[in-house]
Ligand binder design. Sequence first.
Ligand code: URA
Ligand code: CA
Length: 434
Amino acid sequence: MRMVDLIEKKRDGAVLTEEEIKFIIRGYTNDDIPDYQMSAWAMAVFFRGMTDEESAALTDAIVHSGDTIDLSAIEGVKVDKHSTGGVGDTTTLVLAPLVASAGVPVAKMSGRGLGHTGGTIDKLESIPGFSVEITNDRFIELVNRNKVAVIGQTADLTPADKKLYSLRDVTATVNSIPLIASSIMSKKLASGADAIVLDVKTGSGAFMKELEDAKELARTMVKIGNDLGRHTSAVISDMTQPLGFAIGNALEMKEAIDTLNGRGPKDLTELCLTLGSRMVLQAKKADSLEEARAMLEKVIEDGSALENLKTFVESQNGDKSVIDHPDRLPAARHTFEVKAKESGYVTGITADRIGTAAMVLGAGRATKQSEIDLAVGLVLRKKIGEKVEEGETLVTVHSNQENIEDCVNRIYESYTISAEKTEAPPLVYEVIDK
Ligand code: URA
Ligand code: CA
């Protein structure tokens, strides 16, 4: 086989075979296929797309480009959740102890990553002492005992994806549904999940700004997962504004604790119940979504979800007293109120722009080397559909710097206040199951 022929084949709109796709991914991982040929191929895929069979074959080839994790020593159906990203998305912190206390094993492997705020690990590390540096054996033991544990990524998962994703980044080929779907699904499959619940975001703060594109991405990922033998479903949820109120690591940790206490923001709580019920169902811990949801509502109400979080934190060396006393989480030196300059209704909060307002305070990483400030971030006081008077607070800024001009400008740029009222956007647009 010659790469040039396969580029030509895809360029002309033909369908590649599984063998051909394996050849491409193996060759690229081994450096036998150079970046310039891979770039041309990615651009051909960008314009011509892929069939569902090609997308599944591509995913499978990427999974087998590196290590895969074997979670078979953990009892039960391991269900993983993946969100396609968003701003202030605190769902993982809530969902892990929530579904674990309903008996679903949560074996979470996490990286740190770039973004408006840190990843799940950074947020958990805002709890003094909490550590993800545990051995594999300890990880498995903890999941079997407590139903939840988080470990830092050590294995070399999906090297083909690392290489291809960076190449796509500099060749304008990121935004291709088969390439995104295979990239995301390969990482989930390599990390050993038996079943997967996807939270595909749509709206201004999401990767997929248009609902139709989000649906197509969700449909493609659900098909890939099921074709490769893992029960996969997707919830398409709103990211035209941030989820919940908090954006920032310790602030989101506190928000997650509030939510597990039954006092969380309505939208965050509802999305966690929606995603969580699917996880419980796919883990075969309930026979229907209604039964699953009732189980989750019960573990919030009777305090067992919060108890599970305490055990989880304590087992990984964290100070569990923080959960009853969130004021012991890292706190910023200063708070500032950003006030409305006019009266009206909030009709828009551009999620990605407000995300950068948190990032300039130090809540997120711009480069892999950046240090993150766990204490800083934003708390939204007004969301879409709410009435606001001139001088009322829109956002509270938690900062360790006194000069927050850049942050404040970004907050004003992200809020739209109009004379006419708009309804809050729906939280969930559609659910796709096989
Ligand atoms: N996230 C990924 O992991 N891969 C993509 O291609 C896009 C978003
Ligand atoms: Ca939030």
